[in-house]
Design a binder for this molecule. Sequence first.
Ligand code: PMP
Length: 354
Amino acid sequence: MSRFLHERYANLVPYVPGEQPRERTYIKLNTNESPFPPSPRAIEAAKREAERLQLYSDPTAKKLNESFAALLGVGTDEVMATNGSDEILNFAFMAFCGKDRPAVFPNITYGFYRVFADLHGIPFTEVPLNKDFSVDVDGLCQKKGTVFLANPNAPTGTALSVREIERILNAHPNDVVVIDEAYVDFGAETCVPLIRRYENLLVTQTFSKSRSMAGARLGFGIAQAPLIADLQAIRNSTNPYNVNRMTMAAGIGAIEDEAQTKKNCEIIIKNREFCTHALRNYGFEVVPSQANFLFAKHPKIGGKALYLALRERGILVRHFETPLLKDYNRITVGSADEVNALLAAIQMILEENK
Ligand code: PMP
């Protein structure tokens, strides 16, 4: 830290992204990316747009917003494109939280919520998960403040029903409830239709997972127009060109190829069920997942030891050192070949650990 850093950042503990190794080719099951390439339509559109990179991107992202709004069946003024969904989440912390309005989220959830709260000096309340790792709906209803809920949750993969989320919305009529749907396309129910009835609901989505565009950085906020206008004000006070030209074009291409997105999600869901079953047969405890990853632990081998043994065999999974998570690993569900390679490696590791 230099002597110039302002003291308000002195204790900042930044978010640590999963490893993105360059030194050897791993089977990457550590950051919940898609094993499939983006839609050919997205690739072609991005290539064409590359020829116009001398010009700034459209600061209103008009075509992209229109295209995504039409897909979701909402108004164009009810969506807003951002640089990954991390950016819309950051904007939501800036817009809807403050010293007098804390953030509320589960104690085991996406690690960035805590980082955003700290970054902006926002107090927060963490609500413990139930023993089975499901989200404590009553706990979230009781705590005052702006709620941030990943549905499905991460790194656990469990999801709440829309009805349970409505309970949270009704318990917080004077606060915004942010439902982070980064993984919704893998089997959970979306809350997007609820924006018609709840002025306090903000849904966030990403193109990083089901649409295979993690490297393009594209996310969205979806809410009634006044909430979106608040977020637009923050965006236009931060970086009006937050989504680049190639990403905008690729995003529209991906939206036009909804059939491919659906097909890829179906494959991931099938592979997830297969992998869950196989891991349980090996003695793993696997939390039931509605996402594109599994959260699992084995009674005979620690989380860190398994992570390291898999790494040695060229397979990366995500291990978290925190006391509540350290026995587990979060394993992205990949292609059938990747799942088979993972299972073969695990079988060998368990044999060696007998
Ligand atoms: N929410 C959750 C729950 C996530 O796991 C992630 C991915 N790390 C994000 C949001 C952000 O994803 P992106 O910025 O790539 O849209």
